[in-house]
Design a protein. Structure first.
Length: 248
């Protein structure tokens, strides 16, 4: 076939389903490790990074059940280690969210440096800066970063990246006192993570603005939560439909 014949003049109609936001899911799934009872996460995007995030928790001892391609139930009460498997963690960028989540769970995390798609180096200096402000020390050995604290305590932190903002939120949720993040990332997935944690019992305010305040709590409960639709995918569909309409 060397040509298409298109007869226009007809309105475009129909519905599309937008997947859950990947950037929210890869932080929310590790965050389940801080819950004291099982969580059910709905509208999970069916992508490799999400599967890897769930596999990491499984290898760490959590009970993970897929109730469909977009719903996962995770019982974190059986997690027995603070070490993220190196082979799995190196396959994705978002594995660093396990640092914040494990610090919140047990004040110590050993996690491989992030990997994933080949977009160049992925410095985590801003993450480390935030963890240090919360009272952590860190070391790097054989590609594994170890972060720990005798006691996580609230701090005033200036951020410059979205990933670091989310990681510090995770670590600060159970820190003692008040943590203030200035110049915080304001993307929808940051807000979704904060909403998820607040539903579990966290005390986070200001998500979606450039100043986020986290007042530490002692306990987080398991919940059922639906991840927001992916705004990038939604925008792509809108652009496609706009271009199609121009051709009619």
């Amino acid at each position: 076939m060397n040509k298409y014949i298109i007869h226009g003049g007809r309105p475009l109609m129909g519905e599309v389903t937008i997947s859950g936001a990947k950037n929210a899911a890869v932080a929310i799934i590790p965050a389940v490790a801080m819950a004291e009872s099982p969580c059910r996460i709905e509208n999970v995007p069916n992508i490799s990074d999400v599967k890897l995030s769930a596999r990491i928790l499984t290898e760490m001892g959590a009970t993970v059940r897929w109730l469909g391609k977009n719903t996962v139930e995770i019982d974190p009460t059986t997690i027995h280690t603070n070490v993220v498997p190196s082979e799995l963690g190196r396959k994705m960028r978002g594995s660093y969210y396990n640092i914040g989540a494990l610090l919140g769970r047990c004040s110590k995390a050993i996690v491989p440096l992030p990997g994933g798609c080949d977009f160049g180096v992925r410095p985590i200096d801003q993450h480390i800066k935030g963890f240090k402000a919360l009272g952590c020390t860190y070391s790097l050995n054989d590609g594994m970063i170890e972060v720990s604290a005798k006691e996580l305590r609230g701090a005033h932190i200036y951020m410059v990246t979205g990933g670091a903002t989310m990681n510090i939120i995770l670590a600060a949720v159970k820190a003692k006192g008040l943590t203030v993040i200035e110049n915080a990332a304001r993307e929808p997935h940051v807000v979704d993570l904060a909403n998820f944690l607040n539903s579990m019992g966290a005390n986070i305010s200001g998500a979606g603005t450039d100043v986020i305040k986290i007042r530490g709590v002692e306990h987080l409960k398991g919940i059922t939560y639906s991840i927001i639709p992916d705004q990038i995918e939604a925008g792509t569909w809108r652009l496609r439909l706009q271009r199609a309409a121009m051709c009619l």
